[in-house]
Write a protein that binds this ligand. Structure first.
Ligand code: HEC
Ligand code: HEC
Length: 269
């Protein structure tokens, strides 16, 4: 986890570092509050406050619409890490050690409840598969050669991210944008770089790793280049650049079908 990343993705780590330590300390000191009312009982005012907190504390990682980003999409009927209301209430207070900060200390029990209720309301609103013909979406996926860069269920070429569970990771709006306007969202680990050694051509590709001595870059043909840092005469990170072609020319119906298909992909990675 290093380097300069797309700005939406670099910031979360500052939050993690700042908050994780506090969360751990708070847990040890105070008895955990218990869930007193089901989240579905939240009134409009509670949800408005929950939304305000969500935008300030969570949107950075989960997307303003909950559709995912650095963290997974929250637009789904159930969470692996929070089986029920009580679990969700605990999760937003305590966080996930080393991964996601807990805000219970900052928010207190009432606002934590409002926040959890808002997350649940987003989930209810966005949990369904978006409209579209899933079977035809799969045909579009194959016809457009997406597998030449993406692995799905163990098949395809691993140039871009694995899409096996992308329906859990990303909401429909995110998927749509990733397809028609890929540069808008470049996931962590897919920083595009341009590197040129003293001898040899310029290489543009995805940075696989980078340390004090070596940079490894995978070009769009799938070839891995190992470049010695001391030999480099040029090295640029193109933040926000994407190596995925934009599919803005897809017919609207095909795009709907493709998004619907990707939303159903919920396999384990
Ligand atoms: C620093 C980034 C970050 C922030 C800030 C953050 N999260 Fe997360 N969150 C994650 C990551 C990463 C995961 C996935 C963890 C895993 O399962 O490995 C996650 C998981 C979750 C899950 C569980 C998903 C599941 O299926 O189990 C929920 C719910 C959640 N976050 C809600 C929130 C809420 C609400 C907030 C704001 C209070 C928040 N998160 C703030 C990064 C973040
Ligand atoms: C030339 C290689 C290439 C092709 C072809 C390609 N992609 Fe991608 N895709 C990538 C790369 C690389 C990324 C990582 C982000 C970036 O660089 O834009 C990506 C990102 C994505 C994402 C976002 C994943 C996430 O978790 O954020 C989705 C969804 C996606 N691609 C779907 C598709 C679909 C659907 C097709 C076919 C219509 C396709 N891709 C074709 C290379 C490709």
């Amino acid at each position: 986890m290093a380097g300069v990343i797309f700005r939406n993705r670099a910031t979360p780590w500052l939050v993690v570092l700042a908050v994780l330590t506090q969360a751990g300390a708070a847990r040890a000191q105070y008895p955990a509050p218990v869930l007193e009312r089901p989240l579905a009982e939240a009134a409009a005012g509670d949800l408005a406050e929950g939304k305000r907190l969500y935008n300030a504390q969570c949107a950075l990682c989960h997307g303003i619409d909950g559709g995912g980003g650095y963290g997974p999409s929250l637009l789904r009927p159930s969470f692996a890490r929070a089986a029920d209301d009580a679990g969700l209430f605990t999760l937003v207070r305590v966080g996930i050690p080393g991964v996601m900060p807990g805000f219970g200390d900052a928010n207190g029990p009432k606002r934590s409840w409002q926040l959890a209720a808002f997350v649940r309301s987003m989930t209810r609103a966005g949990g369904a598969t978006p409209p579209g013909d899933v079977a035809h979406g799969r045909v579009v996926y194959q016809a457009r050669g997406c597998a030449s860069c993406h692995v799905l269920g163990g098949e395809g070429r691993a140039f871009g991210p694995d899409l096996t569970a992308v329906g859990l990771q990303r909401g429909p709006a995110y998927l749509r944008q990733a397809i028609v306007e890929p540069a808008a969202r470049v996931p962590d680990g897919h920083v595009v770089v341009m590197a040129r050694a003293k001898t040899g051509p310029a290489i543009r590709g995805v940075r696989v790793s980078e340390d004090a001595f070596w940079v490894h870059v995978r070009d769009s043909g799938g070839r891995l280049h190992a470049l010695r840092v001391s030999d480099l005469v040029e090295f640029r990170r193109e933040s926000g650049a994407s190596l995925m072609p934009a599919y803005g020319s897809l017919a609207p119906a095909d795009l709907d079908d493709l998004v619907a298909y990707l939303s159903t992909l919920r396999g384990q990675r």
